[in-house]
Design a binder for this molecule. Structure first.
Ligand SMILES: Nc1nc2c(ncn2[C@@H]2O[C@H](COP(=O)(O)OP(=O)(O)OP(=O)(O)O)[C@@H](O)[C@H]2O)c(=O)[nH]1
Ligand SMILES: [Mg+2]
Length: 236
């Protein structure tokens, strides 16, 4: 494993058994904290979604439109992960929803201890009685976030049409770990060679039965299925 982020590397990178040992215990500690985060979130009366994708696939834009659609009926809180800047949290706050910005200062993913800190800050900003749904937008990266449980209840992976429909098989750990895949920016389908059929086939080859929805956060095409997914999740 990579000793900065814990991602899977080939064995020849690390002959040192100690490195492997340290990474294993890091991941075990992360898993423990993630489990505790899940309990914490449930105590808050909420469920959490971890959003993962490459930089720019549309995670924050998805959240902006989701907030517009749900904010009168669902109490939403957002934890934003980025290497630097407060930009994404500012975009969420502009929609009238509490947002905490976590900056990793270089790390390519969020981990459970960071999210733990974020949850405490989010609790502090709760307006009238807390949250129903907490979104955790991970650092834009299709590799590193896969290994780190943050304490979410659902993991949603986005793949946007300009990125190419061959990506699921190239980033298998991320797509295999998804509960739902969103094929985003469908309004751009006429301009790219993205094949929805290929993307669906590749993702479902990695994880049989994986649920996949297509949408555009710009035009709103397909958005109602996503909103339906969230409403069903909150019902259970
Ligand atoms: N055409 C089109 N553009 C979109 C859509 N969704 C997002 N975008 C654009 O894509 C760009 C990146 O969107 P963001 O929402 O910032 O992407 P992100 O995944 O949050 O990016 P990072 O947080 O940097 O990883 C912006 O210019 C958006 O306006 C969409 O459905 N259609
Ligand atoms: Mg973003």
């Amino acid at each position: 494993m990579c000793d900065t982020c814990g991602c899977q590397l080939h064995d020849h990178h690390h002959h040192d058994a100690k490195v492997v040992e340290v990474n294993r215990s890091l991941l075990e500690a992360n898993q423990k904290q993630a489990q505790s985060n899940r309990g914490h979130i449930e105590q808050m009366g909420a469920l959490a979604i971890n959003l993962i994708s490459s930089p720019g696939s549309g995670k924050t834009t998805l959240l902006e439109r989701t907030i517009e659609a749900l904010k009168d009926t669902v109490r939403i809180g957002v934890i934003e992960g980025d290497i630097e800047t407060e930009r994404d949290a500012d975009r969420i706050r502009a929609k009238g929803v509490p947002a905490v910005q976590l900056t990793t200062g270089g790390a390519c993913h969020l981990d459970a201890p960071m999210v733990h800190g974020g949850l405490h800050v989010l609790e502090h900003f709760a307006k009238g009685g807390g949250y129903d749904l907490i979104f955790i937008e991970n650092v834009g990266n299709l590799v590193c976030p896969a290994t780190f449980d943050l304490g979410e209840h659902r993991r949603v992976v986005l793949l946007s049409t300009p990125e190419g429909s061959d990506k699921p098989a190239k980033y298998p750990a991320t797509f295999r770990s998804a509960d739902l895949v969103l094929l985003t920016k469908t309004d751009l389908l006429p301009y790219f060679d993205f094949s929805v059929e290929e993307a669906v086939k590749e993702a479902q080859m990695l994880k049989p039965g994986l649920q996949i929805l297509s949408l555009s956060a710009t035009t709103g095409e397909g958005f109602e299925q996503w909103i339906e997914y969230l409403k069903n999740m909150l019902k259970k």
